[in-house]
Design a protein around this ligand. Structure first.
Ligand SMILES: [Zn+2]
Length: 283
């Protein structure tokens, strides 16, 4: 994919901790537009992020891609990240996404692994895409998409499965902690139980995607964009209630239905091979 790169000095009147990031690097790809903003002292980080952004549109393709350009702010260290996103005490946090921007802690302060950086940016851009496809600049903050869906979708899209607990580990954790409800309280639980909560989110989203597929997930986003809240959009797109889906996933975990078959969840979406077979003359 061809990238058009140039370096400009950004002059802005905006206030806040991100206002000091005045060096602007636009990146125009065939299917997305980005701008990287930094303080000008983290060139190597900016180059790594450029690479990650150039790869990201392919990863976002299952969901139709970004609708609007995204600005990526590169902050110098973890303290600056917590300050910029108002999340004190989240030591594991490396980036934060909103509708049209992502704030990233300079990767060189926490990793040298290029693949990890690619995955992180794809994860964050998946959040931007979800916010863009379910809301507007006026409405996206009030949509209250549950953490399990947001983070499950992002971890799944960025193929970060290896970072989080397996299905068996998740089943055991859920059994040992029957009072913890990730579906309802994911946000609050993630501060102390980050890995377990994100693992649960990943497996719940994977179960959902396998059952209904990208087309119906796209329909859920479309329903929300048209005004529905998450639970209503879910029911309209999936034809089942959110509560019913959550019960099904918990049963799937507790009964270890993921064991033995080599398949992670039953298919409820049309099987293309079966449809093709049925249409063959004489079949
Ligand atoms: Zn995330």
């Amino acid at each position: 994919m061809r990238a058009l790169l140039s370096l400009l000095i950004f002059a802005s009147g905006c206030a806040g901790p991100l206002a000091s990031l005045k060096v602007e690097r636009p990146l125009t790809l065939e299917s997305a537009r980005f701008t990287i903003r930094s303080d000008g002292t983290v060139d190597a980080d900016v180059h790594r992020i450029e690479h990650a952004l150039s790869e990201a549109p392919a990863g976002l393709a299952p969901w139709g891609g970004l609708e609007t350009p995204v600005t990526v702010f590169v902050v110098s260290d973890h303290r600056a990240l917590e300050r910029a996103v108002h999340r004190p005490g989240y030591a594991w946090l490396r980036a934060w996404a909103r509708l049209e921007d992502v704030v990233v802690q300079a990767p060189s302060t926490w990793t040298t692994n290029a693949a990890v950086i690619d995955e992180l940016l794809l994860h964050e851009l998946t959040h931007c895409l979800l916010f863009q496809r379910t809301g507007t600049p006026e409405s996206w903050r009030s949509k209250q998409i549950p953490l399990w869906f947001r983070e499950g979708m992002a971890v799944w899209t960025a193929k970060q499965q290896g970072l989080y607990p397996t299905l068996e580990d998740t089943a055991q954790w859920a059994e040992k902690n029957p009072a913890l409800d990730v579906f309802e309280d994911g946000e609050a639980l993630s501060a102390e139980h980050y890995l377990e909560v994100y693992g649960f989110a990943l497996h719940a989203f994977t179960f959902l995607e396998r059952r209904y597929g990208a087309v119906q997930l796209g329909a859920l986003m479309g329903q929300m964009k048209a005004g529905a809240d998450f639970a209503t959009g879910f029911e309209q797109a999936m034809g089942t209630t959110l509560a019913r889906f959550q019960r099904d996933f918990l049963n799937y975990l507790h009964l270890r239905a993921f064991r033995g078959t080599g398949r992670s969840a039953p298919l409820l979406r049309p099987n293309l091979h079966e449809l093709i077979e049925k249409r063959r003359p004489g079949a």
